[in-house]
Design a protein. Structure first.
Length: 357
C-alpha cells in the first residue's frame, strides 16, 4: 500500500474526487490520507490551507488534489499559489492529448505545456492604486528613471530569474528526452520586456545548446498562440513563464476537448501535487454534472509518478475506452443523447477497469 494525500477541495472538487477515488480504488494499492482545504477548511479551521494539509503532503510526498476556490477580495490567500510556494512546486506540467471520441476541431493533438510556477507576475509583488507604497514607487521611478507613472495606475511586478528559468527549462528538456519528444518550444516576449523575458530567452537559448538531441525553437508567445490555434501538431513540449503558461495551457486544453479532460501536475524536487487544470466550477457544483476525467487522468499521472506505471496506464486506457465508446459523456463533451452525470462516468470507468485487467 502507498499512502497518498487526497485533497477533495471545494465546488465540484468533492464530486470529481469521489469519482476518481472510486476508479483508483478499483485498481487497489492506494491508501488515502484525506485532508480538507478551501472553503470547507475556512468554515472548519478558519484557514483555507491549514498546516496539517501541508504536513500530510510533506509526509506522503504526493497529493491528488481537487480544485479549490480562491474567494475574491476576502483577504484569504490563494490555496493554489500558497501550496506551490510552500512545497516549492516549481513546475506545472499539463499534457494535452486528444483522445478518440472527444469532439475537437483537430484530428491529432498531443502537446505538453510546461509552466514555471513560482515567479513572474504571479509572484505577488503588487502596488494598489492610490496606496502610500505606490506613491513612493512613483516618486522613485520619476527620480531615478524620469518615468512618469500615471497616478491612477495599479502596478504588478514581473520578476524572472536566471535560476528559476534554468530549473524549468532544464525540466522541460529532461522531460522531452525521457518521453522521446521531438521538440521544445520556448515562448517569450523578449522583444518588449527585454529585462524579464530577456533573461528567460537568453537562459533558455544557452541551455538548449546542452540538449542538441532534442529540437528547440524560441517563439514569441502571441505567434505561438496563433500557431496552436492553426496547426497544433507543429508543436510538442512548450515551456513558458507563469502567466503565459496559465493562458496557453487553457488554450491547449481547448484544443483537446476543454477543461473537463485536461489533467495537470505540479512538481518540485521533493513533492508532487496532481490536479486537474480546471477550477471549482461553482456554476455546476453539487449537481452531478462535472466531468471527472481531468481528475482521473491526473490520478493516472500520479500513479506513474509513485512507480505504479502499470496501474496508471490501466486507468488511462479505461478512461480512453469510455471516451472512445461515446456512450457515457458529461454535458461539456457535447453528447449525442442525454448527458451522463459525474457518477455515471465513474461507473463506466470502474467497469472498464474491471473488464480489462
Ligand atoms: P473553472 O475552471 O472553475 O470553470 C470554467 C468553466 O468550465 C465553467 O463554466 C465550468 O462549469 C466549466 N468546468 C470546469 N471544470 C469542469 C468539469 N470538470 N466538468 C465540466 N465543466 C467544467 O474556472 P473559474 O470559474 O474561472 O474558477 C472558479 C474558481 O476556481 C475560482 O475561485 C478560481 O480561483 C478557482 N480555480 C482553482 C483552480 C485550482 O484549484 N487548481 C484552478 C483554476 C481556478
Amino acid at each position: 500500500m502507498t499512502t497518498v494525500t487526497l485533497v477533495p477541495g471545494d465546488g465540484i472538487g468533492p464530486e470529481v474526487s469521489a469519482a476518481t477515488r472510486r476508479a483508483v480504488d478499483a485498481l487497489g494499492g492506494i491508501e488515502w490520507d484525506v485532508q480538507e482545504a478551501g472553503v470547507v477548511a475556512i468554515e472548519k479551521f478558519g484557514d483555507p490551507l491549514p498546516k496539517h494539509v501541508l504536513d500530510s503532503i510533506r509526509t506522503t510526498g504526493v497529493a491528488l488534489k481537487g480544485p479549490v476556490t480562491t474567494p475574491v477580495g476576502s483577504g484569504f490567500r490563494s490555496v493554489n499559489v500558497a501550496l506551490r510556494r510552500e512545497l516549492d512546486l516549481f513546475a506545472s506540467v499539463r499534457p494535452c492529448r486528444l483522445y478518440e471520441g472527444v469532439p475537437s476541431a483537430f484530428d491529432d493533438v498531443d502537446l505538453v505545456v510546461v509552466r514555471e510556477n513560482t515567479e513572474d507576475l504571479y509572484e505577488g509583488i503588487e502596488f494598489e492604486v492610490g496606496s502610500r507604497e505606490l506613491a513612493k514607487l512613483r516618486g522613485y521611478l520619476k527620480y531615478m528613471h524620469g518615468y512618469a507613472l500615471a497616478p491612477d495606475s495599479g502596478v504588478s511586478v514581473k520578476p524572472l530569474s536566471v535560476s528559476a528559468t534554468t530549473a524549468i527549462v532544464t525540466y522541460a528538456f529532461e522531460y522531452a528526452r525521457r518521453h522521446r519528444r521531438r521538440k521544445v518550444t520556448l515562448g517569450h516576449k523578449a522583444n518588449i520586456m527585454k529585462f524579464s523575458d530577456g533573461v528567460w530567452l537568453q537562459t533558455g537559448e544557452e541551455l538548449a545548446t546542452r540538449y542538441r538531441d532534442v529540437g528547440f525553437e524560441a517563439t514569441q508567445v502571441d505567434e505561438l498562440a496563433m500557431w496552436l490555434a492553426w496547426a497544433p501538431d507543429e508543436h510538442d513540449v512548450i515551456v513558458l513563464p507563469n502567466l503565459y503558461g496559465d493562458i496557453i495551457s487553457d488554450l491547449a486544453a481547448g484544443l483537446v476537448g476543454g477543461l473537463g479532460v485536461a489533467p495537470g501536475m505540479n512538481l518540485g524536487r521533493d513533492y508532487a501535487v496532481f490536479e486537474p487544470t480546471h477550477g471549482s466550477a461553482p456554476d455546476i457544483a453539487g449537481r452531478n454534472l462535472a466531468n471527472p476525467i481531468a481528475m482521473m487522468l491526473s490520478a493516472a499521472a500520479m500513479l506513474r509518478h509513485i512507480g505504479r506505471a502499470a496501474d496508471g496506464d490501466r486507468l488511462e486506457r479505461a478512461v480512453a475506452s469510455v471516451l472512445a465508446s461515446g456512450e457515457v459523456r458529461t454535458a461539456d463533451l457535447r453528447p449525442h443523447g442525454s448527458p451522463a452525470g459525474t457518477s455515471d462516468v465513474a461507473d463506466a470507468v470502474v467497469a472498464a477497469i474491471e473488464d480489462a485487467p
